[in-house]
Design a protein around this ligand. Structure first.
Ligand code: DX5
Ligand code: ZN
Length: 211
């Protein structure tokens, strides 16, 4: 069964509690928590306080995606705020130390690849990630269209012998979910398509049914 992590970047920030409730009511598996520093990506999003408050109020798996130039600085605070998995970009300055620190905290560690970063970037890593987050849009903004030419990267990652979890992030919708699961994705991140869905429960049932 393919899993769904909902990117709350696409939620109305003023009504975050209702948004999280909607994610849970629809039967999703996790929230995807996008953190941006305005340096690694040209946008700023949320910090650890919001994560802490969500985790105090809800029982929900938090899949944290750090789009930060220096993720190492922030691992501890996100771990203490309730992250269950923390993903850092292989293109960032402190990827390897950050993954070691995430593991030290007992959390699942992810490695994210921007669209222009080849699958082979994973072969030179000193730390093997538990999950790989394949970006199918340029990181920084929700609501973009998935770049279909990136889908083949999933098969390339498998060909390189990677056996961990593969997650796809950016522009995922009902229309392309089947293609992504067929390509070998285990987790799909849905932002805009979830919050704009007329019937989110039906969308979740449909994606969970793909295998
Ligand atoms: C982009 C973020 C994504 C994005 C997903 O930088 O990492 O998680 O918000 O949102 P949609 O599904 O709207 O592309
Ligand atoms: Zn993300």
């Amino acid at each position: 069964m393919s899993k769904i992590a909902v990117s709350i970047l696409a939620a109305n920030t003023l009504y975050m509690a209702q948004a999280i409730q909607k994610v849970l009511d629809a039967g999703c598996d996790a929230i995807h928590f996008d953190v941006m520093d305005g340096v690694f990506v040209p946008n700023i999003s949320f910090g650890p306080n919001l994560l802490r408050d969500i985790k105090r109020e809800f029982t929900v798996y938090a899949d944290v995606h750090l789009m930060l130039q220096d993720p190492l600085k922030y691992i501890d605070v996100f771990a203490e705020s309730g992250a269950d998995a923390i993903t850092v970009h292989v293109e960032s300055n402190t990827y390897s130390q950050a993954v070691r620190q995430i593991h030290k905290k007992g959390l699942r560690a992810g490695a994210s690849l921007k669209p222009s970063t080849p699958a082979s970037a994973l072969t030179n890593l000193s730390e093997t990630p538990d999950q790989v987050l394949v970006m199918t849009v340029e990181p920084g903004f929700g609501g973009q269209e998935l770049k279909p030419e990136i889908i083949r990267k999933v098969a390339e990652i498998r060909r390189l012998g990677y056996r961990g979890i593969i997650e796809i992030d950016g522009g995922v919708s009902r229309a392309n979910a089947g293609l992504l699961v067929d390509a070998g994705a285990d987790i799909l991140v849905l932002g805009t398509s979830f919050f704009k869905a007329e019937d989110p429960k039906e969308l979740v049932r449909f994606i969970h049914g793909l295998s």
